[in-house]
Design a binder for this molecule. Structure first.
Ligand code: PLP
Length: 301
């Protein structure tokens, strides 16, 4: 395993101090998991760790996974494969696409990922699709689900949450995190150190309540999940001008880049809760910078 080391590089816990946090009377920390690896960033690194170890233990030389043209997960798997000497196969949603359809797909191709473009219908029923099944069989692949959210992924998130407790010297009062498939939030809930405020980045995200709790398992207290569904800013991968302005201002003030698909929505949502007096004075919150900066709009840089 050349460049992908499974040693947890402890990422910084950075204090975010400004007029909003001061007016709210709370303490806000940002867990800088965006700094974990330049290409395998944030929660994708954490989610892949035990999957790659398991693949290695099983003697698999190929990882197969699924994603859309802008999938941060596909991007991370392609890079992790390249750095660890594993072959990778990406099943991509949309047979009209090609390696030039997005910067993500071009990157995956450059990392040596074999990209297979399938129809949306085949993608929807990927567990049952004959062509996909035979690709898996013939390649002897270790399969990681879409978004990377399986039980092995939760173990990596659990570790991240424990790392925060060690760094703070105690548990915070709340964790805040963006939720797409909810695997990240589920892993943090499993750690049971603090309630998790999960910001759904897609429209009608109420279904995530059940998805997250069922991933986390029955031992997790339901009331520890505080799902926020009003901060999708138009839906998955959509954004508003207000969101972009918030991200620009946050970067100017704190020198920390956010992306418009996940971390920007979480942070703007959290700031809105601070404005509204959602938290008691003295509350300590740790928000997770889950990375994803390669997906930033070109207009930010
Ligand atoms: C994938 C991703 C998420 C969502 O993680 P889930 O476990 O699917 O909820 C959040 N933030 C970033 C930056 C991501 O790339």
């Amino acid at each position: 395993m050349a460049f992908f080391s499974f040693e947890n590089p402890e990422t910084p816990l950075q204090l975010i101090d400004d007029e909003v946090t001061r007016n709210a009377g709370i303490t806000l920390w940002l867990k800088r998991d965006d700094l974990i690896h330049p290409q395998i960033s944030g929660n994708k690194w954490r989610k892949l760790k035990y999957n790659l170890l398991e693949a290695q233990q099983k003697g698999a030389d190929t990882i197969l996974t699924f994603g859309g043209a802008y999938s941060n997960h596909l991007y991370a798997v392609a890079a992790a494969g390249k750095h660890s000497g594993l072959k990778t196969i990406g099943i991509v949603r949309g047979d009209e696409l090609s390696i030039t359809s997005s910067a993500t797909l071009t990157f995956c191709d450059q990392m040596g990922m074999r990209l297979i473009f399938v129809t949306r219908e085949a993608y929807r029923s990927k567990e049952a699709d004959d062509r996909i099944k035979s690709i898996i069989r013939e390649s002897g692949s270790f399969v990681i689900p879409e978004g990377g959210s399986n039980q092995l992924a939760l173990r990596g998130m659990f570790e991240m949450a424990s790392e925060i407790d060690t760094q703070l010297g105690k548990s915070p009062d709340f964790f805040a995190v963006a939720a797409g498939t909810g695997g990240t939030a589920a892993g943090m809930l499993k750690c049971k150190t603090a309630p998790v405020i999960a910001f759904a980045v897609l429209k009608n995200g109420h279904f995530l309540q059940e998805d997250i709790l069922s991933l986390a398992g029955p031992e997790v207290n339901k009331s520890s999940l505080l799902l926020q569904t009003d901060y999708h800013f138009g839906g998955y991968a959509r954004h508003t001008q207000d969101l972009l302005q918030f991200i620009r201002n946050f970067e100017i003030k704190h020198g920390i880049p956010l992306d418009q698909v996940y971390t920007g929505k979480m942070m703007m949502g959290l700031y809105d809760l601070l404005f509204k007096g959602y938290f008691e004075k003295g509350t300590e919150i740790v928000a997770i910078h889950t990375g994803g900066l390669q997906g930033r709009l070109p207009s930010f840089s």
